[in-house]
Design a protein around this ligand. Sequence first.
Ligand code: PLP
Length: 391
Amino acid sequence: MKLLELYFDNAATSWPKPRAVDQSLAVYQRTVGASAGRGAYPRAQASGQILSGCRSVLTRLMNAPDSQRVIFTLNCSDALNVAIHGLPWRRGDRVLVTPFEHNSVLRPLHALKDRVGIAIDVMPVDSDGRVRLEKLASVLRARTRLVACVHASNVTGVIQPVAEVGAFARRKGIPLLVDAAQSAGSIPIDMAAMNIDLLAFPGHKGLLGPLGTGALMLSKQIDLDPSRQGGTGSLSEQEAQPDFYPDRLETGSHNAPGLLGLWEGINYIFHRGVGAIRRHERRLLDQFRKGIGEIPGIRFFGASHGADQAAVVSLRFKDEDPRHTAARLWEQSRVMVRAGLHCAPWAHKHVGTFPNGTFRFSFGPFVTAAHIDRALAALRRLETSSLRTKR
Ligand SMILES: Cc1ncc(COP(=O)(O)O)c(C=O)c1O
């Protein structure tokens, strides 16, 4: 990538990664190469140690109850599918969600609605889009079997009061599923203190690991049925999937090179500290929010206060199609942002930006104040320049 290009799409996947993450694939191929749990020789054991090392740093990072209840997945969508399809749904069961859920929650739920006959209820939210805790009891139904809450919206960045939603769900004896796609690694998460039963997150965004990594973590209060079966390297004489974790939910050879990269990404996060990363991103967010407030024609869709927002900012320029604006940002200023619905149509309906959506800036731990200045300069340039390349 040329020096002048600016990447602001960390909500899709983080870039750049720490150097050790970049090197991890080559390190794995050179020094390990084997598949975990598939051999008694030292390299296969080394691969197994990478998996258990990665499980244990994730357990520590999220204050999870048991490293064996860390299930590796392909990404956050896969983790959400393992969680949602692993629950024992019956016709007439209900799920309570926020209006800011991603399609990776909504589509599995809609599939269950069609196939099994479940119903989806929506939590009331305030003008910022934060769950109105005092109204939760009024939307709870006798057959509500799951509460699903996105930690931070990938459209508005708004952070939900997950701990309070968790306390409510625990009091009612209903499991809480949290989609931490936009918070894992950049906003503190404590599974025990927040009463989270199912925590789904990608390894490739805030945790700074490579694409192709993610995980689902289970509390001791929850059990899931496997929605797929296959080889686990354990109890091979048995026809049924093993019933212990992680083998119950993890099938087939692992992405061990990717998980070595994820482990390195988490090591970087421990070294810098989630709290310090949040403070850094908060400073960038405040600088950006202040700057856009002074640019004519820019409309902002986010929280009233930076404290309630992850480093994700949705904007529109006048009444221009956001895809056109994103194309202009690239053509004029070599700025990379994502435009459209961001796989979260409900969120856009809620903030009034459906169907064209917004263009979205998202920052990461390696973005600097100078980068934000250049992003703001690029936004100011929108007024004066027009698109050179027609698309
Ligand atoms: C809120 C939210 N949930 C789920 C996902 C899906 O994550 P993944 O791309 O790792 O499947 C995303 C990705 O952008 C997201 O922002």
